[in-house]
Design a protein around this ligand. Structure first.
Ligand code: YH5
Length: 280
């Protein structure tokens, strides 16, 4: 299993890959600071890569529970210059862009993005068309509701089958539109319109998601499924985040999206050694 990236590059997904979160939102608080300045941004990317990040996920929209929508111009200004700067200094780095807006996707692809990561699964106006034209791999995430209200009483009859079936059917629509199955990543969307119990049912069912045959991304880092279970503030969620990453990777998730790269890289090295039964 591998993703085809621009300029003849590939991302091998036979081993779990580590995606590092790079927030470029003014209200971000769980990325270790703000990186709106270009130099600060490059310094942070250097750190993330040195720590073992294999993909950098740049996001300019806050999709935390309760967050308001971001205007297109604000998101463009936050994401595109930073992306261009990172691409210039790191020609081979795998860069994903966390956006739902077609115009951000279009300009990001032009500025050198490798993956389109969309928490709204390409459902906003024009997004699917831009994604098809870009030929980039896409991550389709499941969300019930919208960030502003999604945590007000999420309801499912069977969260695992509903999320899995929704993702597979969205993937099929994307294939109809021209995105090859091998370029589609699915993501259960931890914390996006899910109760504590829903999140753990989804984590326990990771083998079902992996069994779909699509590449799977899991993003649980520092989320409330850790904080609520353990009664920990955001700054105290590292051990829980590593446990979640380890469980997802052991069950075959191909990409893990995290804040704490160095610590998670160690955990993933243990997972890789365990799976192969050999020390390299
Ligand atoms: C995701 O799961 N999540 S943005 C609340 C937190 C901590 C972190 C403190 N983009 C995902 O990271 N893209 C985001 O509580 C994502 N999968 C994919 N594919 C939200 C986030 C966060 C929210």
């Amino acid at each position: 299993m591998e993703l085809l990236l621009p300029r003849q590059r590939r991302l091998d997904l036979r081993q779990t890959r580590l995606m590092a979160i790079l927030n470029v939102t003014p209200d971000s608080f769980s990325d270790g600071g703000h990186f709106t300045g270009e130099q600060a941004c490059l310094t942070r990317v250097n750190e993330l890569v040195a720590a073992g990040a294999e993909i950098i996920d740049i996001g300019g929209e806050s999709t935390r529970p309760g967050a308001a929508d971001v205007a297109l111009d604000d998101e463009l200004q936050r994401v595109v210059p930073v992306l261009s700067t990172i691409r210039r200094k790191f020609p081979d780095l795998v860069i994903s862009v966390d956006t739902s807006k077609a115009e951000v996707m279009r300009q990001a692809a032009h500025a050198g993005a490798d993956i389109l990561n969309d928490v709204r699964a390409l459902q906003e106006a024009g997004a699917l068309e831009v994604a098809v034209a870009s030929q980039l791999p896409v991550c389709l995430m499941h969300m019930q509701g919208q960030p502003r209200s999604m945590q007000h009483q999420p309801v499912y009859q069977d969260v695992v089958s509903e999320v899995l079936h929704w993702l597979v059917s969205r993937a099929e629509q994307c294939q109809q539109a021209g995105i090859p199955a091998s370029q589609i990543i699915l993501d259960p969307g931890f914390g996006f319109g899910k109760s504590l119990s829903h999140n753990y049912q989804l984590l326990a069912a990771m083998p079902d998601f992996v069994g779909s045959g699509y590449a799977i991304l899991a993003g649980m880092s520092r989320k409330s499924m850790i904080g609520q279970l353990l009664q920990r503030d955001v700054s105290e969620r590292l051990a829980g985040s590593i446990a979640c990453a380890t469980i997802a990777a052991m069950q075959g998730a191909q990409i893990i999206r995290v804040h704490d790269v160095k610590e998670t890289a160690d955990a993933l090295a243990i997972v890789a050694a365990t799976k192969s039964g050999v020390i390299q």
